[in-house]
Design a protein around this ligand. Sequence first.
Ligand code: NAD
Length: 416
Amino acid sequence: MGINPFDVAKKQIDIVAEEMGLDANLTKYLKRIERSLIVSIPIVMDDGDLEIFEGYRIHHSTVRGPGKGGIRYSPEVTLDEVKALATWMTWKCSLLNLPLGGAKGGVCVDPRQLSKKELERLTRRYTSEIINFIGPDIDIPAPDVNTNAQIMSWMMDVYSMQKGRSVPGVVTGKPVEIGGSVGREPATGMGLYYVIEAMCEKLNFDLKSQTIVIQGFGNVGGTIAEFLYKEGCKTIAVSDISGALYSPEGLDIEKLLEWTKKGNYLKDYKDKNYSLITNEEILTTKCDILIPAALENQITQKNANNIRCKIILEGANGPVTTEADNILFSKGIYVIPDILANGGGVCVSYFEYVQDIRAYFWELDRINKELKKILLKAFEEVYALSKERKIKLRTAAYIIAVSRIAKAIELRGIFP
Ligand code: NAD
């Protein structure tokens, strides 16, 4: 059986609770999921057959504000995976000091097996099933693995039709034409770039001369790859679900993005200087900066000892297990945790939500400036605390995030 991500999420709470000397009752409270909704989604397929899919929406904590978190479509989605992802969203929003809580959703489906019309019907029915769980004051979904701006448009439409008016603030990651924000799509990759730049500065590394490996070549992996490529950094391996391409001389990221954006797989890209390796091999490829940007539980106690890099920048949520984290720490590898590293996405989602509610839209320059300000503030706090206490960056990030949640719970009290 695979590693249960929610077990990992709960273990992380235990680790930080011990480090902080947190009250046992509060620790118990932090591990609790506020609300879980399981829905069944019947879809009439194009051939007339009926298929039934299972979907989820989870609120881990709304103590500091409405829930915020993406929606994932994948055949590997489980209730516990969504619970873990919702829990991580609580810490991420808190670390960035956004007035939002942690939520997540998912549907157990392989969207590549669906036609566009089937995907639309699935999205519309799923939205309708979770409609009382979401809303600008309740919980605001966004894109995640295998979901995008088009899916957010359908979600906004279903919600708005039921309310009888346009409600753009119900989801973020929408196209700009219907209330989306400029800068949202590349925001996670942009944030990763700001954070790795700051980290290299702290360590006196010249970012441009570092070799890079990226697992996952979608929104997050593809965007950070593009930013690094434009800055002149050498990315020697990238992967998608089909496999990985490797070249010690560096890959032409622009050409690869052109290829994958047409719906092609990396494994089918032909270049005599590139070799095809597996998704397992890519993680242990020698490099300076390793960016896991696909799924959780990729670096575990099985492969952590074989990781050969100086910094891991967590683009994905939960790519490193707690056991692997300890091994990497003992090897002197810096792990920049997901809740800090990939926070750019939720940060600009927050800006989109604020713009929708105020019906006043910002310029890209303002978005990027404010994004950088929020991320670098969090980075400095995390880095300083990790140095001061000689602890992992992850533990430092969790101490800051959990302290804010704990304070909010203390101030509000436990109802009744
Ligand atoms: P995406 O669907 O755009 O891309 C996912 C990439 O991972 C694709 O290249 C896909 O082929 C690859 N992949 C999928 N399954 C794989 C597997 N089993 N092994 C290897 N590769 C696999 O998704 P995304 O939005 O880029 O999200 C990637 C990660 O980043 C997820 O963990 C997500 O939760 C996290 N994240 C996303 C955002 C965002 O704004 N999109 C923000 C923060 C964190």
